[in-house]
Design a binder for this molecule. Structure first.
Ligand SMILES: [Zn+2]
Length: 313
């Protein structure tokens, strides 16, 4: 009889501990335009946090390696040939129809939030174009501080937020600690590649070092809220890389323009390796899990699959 009571008590404790398990949190950080080779060299704080086995700098993005198609694959887990978000311009696009991580987490009752640099990402965050009531801050209100406006007047025209603005909102979200899933998108590394000295130029390298510090600041607050990051996972990746001053995703290694009109005909041989190679870094709760759904090499599409697996969707 005593043994029976003990078994019942143990079963009761198990069910209680299951119900009271801490909720999971995931922070997905996309560093626009950060190629794998530069991530390997200029993210010392992140490299220390992740350790060599979780700090991958040879992951692959989709074809074409452009902001909208590649981010759409990061957030849905499917190829551009499936989601068909091929228009990379700031306007004139239509909303994504393939459900994204935001759609799926929202339907499952999780709180989602985002702080992003480029207004055009609104087309691919969710099928409704909204993040619902959980989106932090004024919706798509694109302010620039006066210093940024002086330094980069074009940014205002391009509906672009500086990394300091992205960071300000992201820090507020992590400090308030009310989210389950947070997406942070830094844009200045890509911007500097296009406009100030190309990929790997001194301006871009400086911006990479600053993003390394910004991510460290985010992780420090997450750690304060969840000591040891026992229930928090951070994934850091990029949408694409780039090379020289030739931008990304549009020219082959000889400088010839690639015909992007038929997405089905694109192959990795068409593109420069630096355009398609990206970092994929994981820190925290799930970093040491061996059954993460990762390809070899890791694909940007794995990001959505990993997030789904963490939330058991
Ligand atoms: Zn981009």
């Amino acid at each position: 009889m005593k043994i029976l009571l003990l078994i019942c008590f143990c079963l009761f404790l198990t069910s209680i501990s299951g119900r009271t398990a801490e909720p999971k949190k995931v922070v997905l950080i996309s560093v626009d335009g950060l190629k794998g080779e530069l991530a390997a060299r200029y993210l010392p704080l992140l490299a220390k946090r992740a350790g060599p086995s979780n700090f991958h700098t040879d992951a692959m993005t989709t074809l074409p390696p452009l902001t909208i198609p590649s981010h759409a694959s990061m957030l849905t887990g499917v190829d551009p040939t499936i989601h068909q978000m091929l228009n990379n311009s700031s306007d004139g696009s239509s909303l994504i129809t393939t459900p994204t991580i935001f759609d799926q987490l929202g339907s499952a009752g999780y709180k989602t939030a985002a702080s992003v640099a480029k207004k055009k990402l609104k087309y691919i965050l969710s099928t409704t174009g909204e993040l619902g009531i959980d989106y932090y801050g004024p919706k798509w209100k694109w302010n620039l501080d006066s210093a940024s406006r002086l330094l980069s007047p074009i940014m205002a025209v391009k509906s672009f937020r500086t990394d300091s603005f992205v960071q300000r909102d992201a820090m507020k979200i992590v400090e308030e600690n009310q989210f389950d899933f947070l997406f942070i998108h830094y844009g200045e590394i890509d911007w500097n590649g296009h406009v100030y000295g190309g990929w790997g130029g001194p301006q871009q390298i400086l911006k990479i070092a600053l993003v390394d510090q910004k991510i460290e600041a985010i992780i420090s607050v997450l750690e304060k809220n969840d000591p040891g990051l026992k229930n928090t996972t951070i994934i850091v990746t990029a949408d694409h890389g780039g090379h020289g001053t030739m931008s990304h995703g549009k020219h082959d290694s000889a400088g010839n323009e690639i015909d992007l009109s038929d997405v089905y005909s694109l192959t990795y041989e068409n593109f420069v390796a630096d355009d398609v190679t990206i970092p994929w870094i994981i820190i925290g709760d799930k970093a040491s899990r061996e059954d993460l759904p990762l390809s070899n090499p890791i694909s940007i599409k794995d990001t959505a699959a990993v997030i789904r697996s963490i939330f058991k969707l």
